[in-house]
Design a protein. Structure first.
Length: 148
């Protein structure tokens, strides 16, 4: 289970295992009153030369493992929500990505997946714009650029 928290990625990168994570007050699955530390998992984020160590907790009651993840990023995606949104917005306005060609295949995947989600979850006559749809899908609890 992933629980999103407000953290600064640079602090996690610099402090590594010494970063002070805020322990969840209870298990989010069974609501048990305490959880135990369960180590760290390495996760890759754009802009960092090494994976960042994200804290995990385990519920002694139901066995659920809770991984803390920054609110600034979608699950399973290395780039921040803000970066994705700004690149998509640039693409819609200018017709090109406007950045290095290194990650253009990733950007194309985001754009394609967003269009698929707009067709699947919003009305077919969606005319308010791609970025508005991106924001609306987020408010619906979805990852707008995810294939799943």
């Amino acid at each position: 289970m992933i629980h999103f928290v407000t953290v600064v990625l640079n602090d996690i990168f610099e402090q590594k295992r010494d970063f002070q994570w805020q322990c969840p007050e209870h298990c989010f699955k069974c609501k048990y009153y305490k959880v135990w530390g369960h180590g760290f998992v390495p996760r890759i984020f754009d802009g960092f030369s090494a994976p960042l160590l994200l804290k995990c907790y385990r519920c002694p009651n139901c066995g659920t493992v809770i991984t803390l993840r920054p609110k600034t990023h979608f699950s399973r995606i290395q780039s921040s929500i803000e970066t994705i949104r700004s690149l998509l917005q640039h693409r819609v306005k200018k017709g090109c990505w406007g950045v290095s060609a290194v990650f253009t295949s990733r950007f194309r995947h985001w754009h394609t997946n967003l269009r698929r989600r707009i067709k699947a979850y919003l009305t077919e006559q969606w005319s308010s714009g791609t970025i508005t749809a991106f924001d609306l899908l987020i408010t619906q609890g979805q990852v707008p650029v995810s294939k799943i």
